[in-house]
Design a protein around this ligand. Structure first.
Ligand code: DX5
Ligand code: ZN
Length: 217
């Protein structure tokens, strides 16, 4: 699949999201950060917003669920039109069942790990997933600094995927910018979320292109 750039609308103008998404036509996905004020100390969007966004753009929606009881709520985001649904393993009671449910409803199933969550215990689950998300900040807010301590986990994830011959995408999210994207690509990531870097740029689509180019070097 190659390198993919998925801008996060968390740093976009919430009063004009349709227009904001119109500024990133060369993005591969639109990353929508769903937060519930329980799993993370911030509150954002629900399925109704995902449904409206999915209707407003031709770009596929990458829903990142930072919510407790992911097992109960994930299906609603597939039904709302997300093409990819990411749940946090820390918030899933039955991650295998949940990944299978997301896939059976027709979306890509993805599992996220917070910075302190190791990937090794989940080696045997990787074949159930279309994407693994390695968080490179503590989830909850845009504009935080990239955590270098997450780089070894990206390397481990890449080598486990290789070992099992899996095509599973490897996404990174948090503090991704022109300064950090290469480090992540070199460690093995191939899908890059970027919020503040894209939406604080004068030309967000040019930033998408610049990130793609740096990651491809
Ligand atoms: C953080 C979210 C991210 C956030 C990234 O919890 O999951 O998607 O929007 O923002 P930046 O790119 O500004 O770190
Ligand atoms: Zn995110």
């Amino acid at each position: 699949m190659g390198i993919q750039i998925t801008p996060s609308i968390l740093s976009a103008d919430f009063a004009d999201l349709g227009a904001e998404i119109g500024r990133i036509p060369s993005a591969d996905w639109v990353h929508v950060d769903v937060m519930d004020n329980h799993f993370v100390p911030n509150l954002t969007f629900g399925p109704g917003m995902v449904e409206a966004l999915a209707r407003s753009t031709d770009l596929p929606i990458d829903a990142h669920l930072m919510i407790t009881e992911a097992d109960r709520h994930a299906a609603a985001y597939v039904e709302a039109g997300a093409g990819s649904v990411t749940f946090h393993v820390e918030a899933a009671a039955a991650p295998v069942r949940l990944a299978r449910e997301i896939r059976s409803l027709g979306a890509r199933a993805s599992m996220a790990l917070k910075p302190a969550t190791p990937i090794e215990p989940y080696e045997d689950l990787l074949g159930e997933l279309d994407m693994v998300l390695i968080m490179t900040v503590e989830p909850g807010f845009g504009g935080q600094s990239f955590l270098d301590l997450c780089l070894p986990k990206i390397r481990t994830a890449r080598s486990l995927l290789k070992k099992h011959g899996l095509e599973t995408w490897l996404q990174v999210d948090g503090g991704i910018s022109l300064e950090t994207v290469e480090r992540c690509a070199e460690a093995g990531a191939d899908v890059f979320v970027a919020g503040s870097a894209v939406f604080s740029a004068d030309d967000p689509d040019a930033m998408v292109a610049a990130l793609r180019e740096k990651a491809s070097d």
